[in-house]
Ligand binder design. Structure first.
Ligand code: A3P
Length: 287
């Protein structure tokens, strides 16, 4: 039971049936469950790799790869959510969600206990748009995207609030950041990870209560780096086909090579900047 929007599947999370099932069947483990929440294309997979690698830090890298799904099982809280399996999964379990709003998370999943850990990853919306454009082009799900120029795509998929399934970027970010202190939540910026991944990985380690020596932090940075994952498959090796559609360029600022409409790019930058200021995030070089 899922619908289609501009040729893109609308995941189960959006349907009343999925919500109902989630409410009834999902049993939270507040002590150990980790939720990675993002607007799509913001660095979800990178964070997923970091968290999973970190949580099995006592394994050798080789073992970690072999036993990944046994050690830190991971799933998307939408399409094909394996309700029956996750009950039997060992701790810690990791979940990702693009769709859940904070109030849905509260109502359907937390049910009053807000102690479970949430890592919210955010990225410059101009780069998010670029990444989404290429992702949808590559996956060939939408005829519109296949034929659209970047600027046309951006207008339709990032700015047209009537049709953008995940909603406007600023709404996603604002709704989650506004709950930053009410939930047990860590906010990480993609641009900061690009600038210094070890520094950000250390924040994640602290947040998850993992006491790791700096050598291990460096190692995790290396194991989850763009080039490792790109060339050696990394953890993504386990998920058939994901590597190719997720990894593209892995940089900050590729929007400069895409926006012909400079006014629109400036508008997006302003929207982002306002949120960075509102939530006291140090502003990266927004030009
Ligand atoms: P680009 O399309 O700009 O390259 P998500 O996982 O949320 O779908 O995000 C995908 C984006 O994160 C892609 O951006 C992808 O290349 C980038 N990414 C994934 N792993 C990365 C890594 N280890 N380092 C840097 N960027 C990474």
């Amino acid at each position: 039971p899922h619908g289609t929007l501009n040729g893109v599947a609308v995941p189960f999370f959006a349907t009343p049936e999925f919500r109902q099932e989630l409410t009834e069947k999902f049993k939270l483990r507040p002590e150990s469950d980790v939720f990675i929440v993002t607007y799509p294309k913001s660095g979800t997979t990178w964070m997923q790799n970091i968290v999973r690698t970190m949580l099995m830090s006592d394994d050798t890298p080789e073992n970690a790869q072999l036993k990944l799904d046994d050690r830190v099982p991971y799933t998307d809280m939408s399409l094909n959510f394996p309700f029956d399996k996750i009950e039997g999964w060992p701790n810690p379990r990791a979940f990702k969600s693009h769709h859940a709003t904070p109030s849905e998370m509260d109502k359907l999943i937390f049910k009053g206990d807000r102690s479970a850990k949430i890592i919210y990853v955010m990225r410059d919306p101009r780069d998010v748009s670029v990444s989404l454009y290429h992702h949808l082009k590559k996956t060939g799900l939408s005829k519109f995207v296949e034929e659209a120029t970047f600027d046309e795509f951006h207008k339709q998929y990032m700015r047209n609030s009537d049709v953008v399934y995940y909603g406007l970027w600023e709404k996603h970010v604002d709704s989650w950041l506004s709950k930053r202190t009410e939930f047990n939540m860590l906010v990480i910026r993609y641009e900061d990870m690009i600038e210094n991944s070890s520094r950000e990985i250390e924040k994640v380690a602290k947040f998850l209560g993992a006491h790791l020596p700096s050598s291990r932090i460096e190692e995790i940075a290396e194991l989850t780096s763009f080039s490792t994952v790109m060339h050696k498959g990394g953890l993504l090796k386990d998920e058939s086909g994901v590597t190719n559609s997720i990894l593209r360029k892995g940089v900050a600022g590729d929007w400069k090579n895409h926006f012909q409409d400079k006014e629109e790019a400036a508008k997006m930058a302003k929207i982002a900047e306002e949120l960075y200021i509102k939530y006291n995030l140090i502003t990266p070089n927004l030009e």
